[in-house]
Structure formats: structure tokens, C-alpha cells
Write a protein that binds this ligand. Structure first.
Ligand SMILES: *Cc1c(COP(=O)(O)O)cnc(C)c1O
Ligand SMILES: [Zn+2]
Length: 430
């Protein structure tokens, strides 16, 4: 198959640029999309190729991103920086689906990626482009997972990485990874949105390659979540995709992937997308619900630190996809997030707080009659349970009262003397 021609295109003024033009936004200031000419591509043949690659034991194409390389970045294999990301499991939701009132819910566990979040899928694409551009230094602003992922991929590639994180309230597992993988970590006095603004200035002035999801190649890599889910379902499209929304890159990638598959005739049904935001960081929800103009949320706050973002970079791309898919936006409270998390965890699956917005949001949408309880749905669990052990322990020890969260489904460790009678007593009502 011939390589697919691709280029960058502005989402608002449609100005086009060379595919590897090292820029993140248009001269008009808006975001860029990777576009490709799919008119001569045979969707059936493409799927056949992807099926042949399924289960490859080694090499670049065994990655759950690069398996779909034709619709990611069609580059020579030697340029690709990969950690064989993706290939994550799609679980029946068990207890979590019953709790949400939608037993057919499946959960795609992106926390099973090499650095423990879906960010690895966008990062392998972004770092590969850095490699193509011969950049030796990369940077990002991060609530944690982007930095953990970037530091790991940069080290793999032999690049330097610079991380801008908000001061305080970054989950410990994520900070630990960033430091361990060797990223130069700069803690900014301010929140994520401040860090995001700063890193953009720094990258343009110091000629560092920016790897936030404003970078259109991050979005391309993240499309692979959708491709892989559908391949796991033998290309049968579920009624719904449910996904948390922070900076809004991931749901933008999801809808873009669906649009391309639809254009190629690989799918003929368009699933509806439900984006779930935390009530304390809900600019997209407010806009969608009230049909008002976009307005950033000042001082966003939520225990789901991965989505504690008040001024999401990709809101326009996100809205475009939600409208295209006849989707919805929902918000969930802190209590709803942590109770849903208790269910995801107790189901034996486990994920970090932001991921569990999926189940909390599903429950609300089922109760409101928006999602039918018999519907088929795929929720994206974005990050690993071990990313934020503090959130888990504090919930189960009922130490979140001061932030208004009850340990409704708590599981408190019991201290006992080392004798058999004490054990019997402790187990008497278990
Ligand atoms: C980054 C992240 C999100 C939010 O994704 P966006 O693309 O920023 O909307 C959600 N959950 C986890 C665990 C994340 O790391
Ligand atoms: Zn433009």
C-alpha cells in the first residue's frame, strides 16, 4: 500500500501546512489537525492489514498504536520511538456496570499502558515526530500523567525532557515517575492552566518541542484507543463511548478516529460520545448545558487531579466531535467520583479517580434516561489505580471529610493482636 498523503490544517481558517512543519497552532492562533487524503484508500484492505498485525510478538508493529500506523503517522519504522504501548484489556465491568445500571458496560483499561496511562499512546507519536524533526529536547505542562509518559519516552529516545507541573496536589505516583525517568521537573507557582501558558512561551522562545495535546500528533496517537477497542469488538460499534474530559484531547482523538473510520466505510454506525467532567472543573459541561459561549473556569478543583483543568486547550475539537456523534456532556461531584471509583476498584479492575468519572457519569446518564440501561457502551479508564494511592487510602480511612467526601464504601484496615482468637473475632461478621 502506498503511503497516505497527510498535511496539517487549521480547524478554523483551513490554512494548510506541511505535515512536519514544527508548529502547534495556525498563524490565526487556532488549533491544527492532521488531515489525510483517504479517497484512494480501501478500508477493507486496511482492516485486513491490521488484523494480520494483531498478536505480532515483537517489532514496531506489535505496538497497539503503530499497528494502525497508516492512520497515525505513516513514517518509516526506523524513526519510531515505541515502548510497545497499547494492547490494553477490555474488561466486562462487573460490579461497576451493575452499580451504574448498565450491565453491558465494558471498560478499556488504558492504565495498563507502559507508564500507567493512555498518555503513552499520544506520546509515542509525539516523541517520534520530535525524532523526525531532530529535536533533542521536549517539554510539557502536566497534571502528572503526561509528564510521567513524556519523561519515559524521552529517556528511551535519548532526549532531554522538561516538565512544568503545578505546585502541590500532583498525585504522588506520577511525580515519582517523572523524577525517576529523569525529567527536569519545574514546579510552577500556579495551577495547570498557568503552567500550560508558560510552557508554550518557553517552547517557542527556547526551541524546545512541545508535547502537550495542543500538539496535533499527540491526538493522532491517542486515536489508537478507538481503533483497538473496535478491533477487540470485531469492528462492531457500541452504542456509546464514555470518557473523562480534562484538557479535552482524548475525546477529540476518539471522535477523530471514528470520523476517519466512518469516512473509510470501516464503520457504518456512529456511536454517541459522552464526555464526563468533574463538577469543579467543568467548562465544557457549562457551555454545552447552558448553550453559552466558551468560558474558562477559574481555580478549578477536584480530587480527580488528572482533569483539574479550567481552560482546556482542545475544547473546540472536543465540541466538534460531540456534535458530530450526537454526544452529550455530563458533570459528576467529588462524592460521585469516589463512590464510583470504589466500585471500579472492588470489581477487581481499579483505576485512578479521573478515570472513574466514566462510571459515575454513566450512572447519572442512565438515571436521567439519556443512556438506555440495555445499551452497549465502552468506558475508557484512563489511568492506573496506583497513580494516586493517597486518594484510595484517604477514602477508605474516611479521611476526606474536610473536602466533603464520605467513605461510603470504605474498607478500613483493622489492627489486632497476633493471636487466633482476635482473628476469629475480626472475621466474625465478614
Ligand atoms: C490526561 C488524563 C485525563 C484527561 O484527558 P484529556 O485528554 O486531558 O481530556 C483523564 N484521566 C487521566 C488519568 C489522565 O491522565
Ligand atoms: Zn487558521
Amino acid at each position: 500500500m502506498k503511503k497516505i498523503k497527510s498535511y496539517l490544517e487549521c480547524i478554523s481558517c483551513s490554512k494548510k501546512y506541511y505535515i512536519f512543519d514544527p508548529r502547534y497552532t495556525c498563524t490565526c492562533g487556532d488549533l491544527l489537525d492532521v488531515k489525510r487524503d483517504l479517497s484512494e484508500i480501501n478500508g477493507k484492505k486496511l482492516v485486513k492489514k491490521w488484523e494480520e498485525r494483531w498478536g505480532m510478538k515483537s517489532g514496531v508493529l506489535s505496538s497497539g498504536v503503530w499497528r494502525y500506523k497508516e492512520l497515525i503517522i505513516d513514517v518509516d519504522k526506523e524513526k519510531i520511538i515505541t515502548k510497545q504501548e497499547g494492547n490494553t484489556r477490555l474488561y466486562p465491568s462487573g460490579l461497576a456496570g451493575i452499580y451504574a445500571g448498565i450491565p453491558k458496560l465494558l471498560l478499556k483499561h488504558e492504565g495498563e499502558n507502559p507508564s500507567g496511562s493512555f498518555k503513552d499512546r499520544g506520546m509515542t507519536a509525539g516523541v517520534t515526530v520530535a525524532n523526525i524533526l531532530d529535536s533533542k529536547m521536549v517539554a510539557c505542562a502536566s497534571t502528572g500523567n503526561t509528564s510521567a509518559s513524556m519523561a519515559a519516552y524521552a529517556s528511551k529516545a535519548g532526549f532531554k525532557s522538561v516538565i512544568f507541573i503545578p505546585s502541590g496536589k500532583i498525585a504522588y505516583g506520577k511525580l515519582a515517575q517523572a523524577l525517576a525517568y529523569g525529567g527536569k521537573t519545574l514546579q510552577i507557582e500556579g495551577n495547570f492552566d498557568d503552567a500550560m501558558e508558560l510552557v508554550q512561551k518557553v517552547c517557542s522562545e527556547l526551541d524546545i518541542y512541545l508535547l502537550n495535546s495542543i500538539n496535533p500528533f499527540r491526538i493522532e496517537g491517542q486515536k489508537a484507543i478507538c481503533f483497538e477497542v473496535l478491533q477487540q469488538l470485531d469492528w462492531k460499534v457500541p452504542d456509546w463511548f464514555i470518557i473523562p474530559g480534562g484538557n479535552l484531547g482524548n475525546n477529540s482523538a476518539l471522535s477523530k478516529a471514528l470520523m476517519e473510520l466512518y469516512e473509510l466505510g470501516i464503520i457504518t454506525k456512529i456511536p454517541r460520545i459522552a464526555v464526563i467532567q468533574a463538577a469543579g472543573a467543568n467548562p465544557l459541561y457549562r457551555m454545552w448545558k447552558n448553550k453559552t459561549a466558551y468560558k474558562a473556569v477559574k481555580n478549578p478543583d477536584t480530587i480527580a487531579t488528572a482533569i483539574k483543568i479550567g481552560n482546556p486547550v482542545s475544547w473546540k475539537k472536543s465540541l466538534r466531535g460531540i456534535e458530530w456523534s450526537n454526544g452529550v456532556v455530563e458533570e459528576v461531584t467529588e462524592q460521585e467520583i469516589m463512590d464510583a471509583k470504589a466500585m471500579v476498584d472492588k470489581a477487581g479492575i481499579g483505576a485512578e479517580p479521573a478515570s472513574c468519572c466514566v462510571v459515575a457519569g454513566a450512572k447519572k446518564l442512565v438515571e436521567a434516561g439519556v443512556i438506555d440501561k440495555k445499551a452497549s457502551a465502552v468506558g475508557i479508564l484512563t489511568g492506573n489505580i496506583l497513580k494516586d494511592p493517597d486518594a484510595v487510602i484517604n477514602y477508605h480511612m474516611d479521611r476526606l471529610k474536610e473536602v466533603g467526601i464520605n467513605g461510603s464504601y470504605k474498607n478500613i484496615p483493622i489492627q489486632i493482636p497476633a493471636d487466633i482468637q482476635a482473628v476469629k473475632t475480626a472475621l466474625s461478621n465478614y
